[in-house]
Design a protein. Sequence first.
Length: 94
Amino acid sequence: MSHGSEISVFVGGLSPTYDNDQLQLLFEPFGAVSSVNLLPCNSNTGNRCGFVNFSAMENAQQAVDTLHGKHSIHPGMPAIVVRFRQSKSEHQVS
């Protein structure tokens, strides 16, 4: 989903110690990252999630295709979730 002219990608399953700089470094190889925003640690899972905004759809698509369910932040941790951000209406329907 695009937010203005940016394409926003949700990233879940990050370790509690992960920071914005690390998130930016993880996604920069796929293309220009316009911004990153990590949310506070989820008390139920102990994991963090956030959003990465790309300038180009093809860069966001490559990141989703390459990382979703295939990349672990630390050995032994489950793979991270990487998907396009859902709008509030899409989230309520799902």
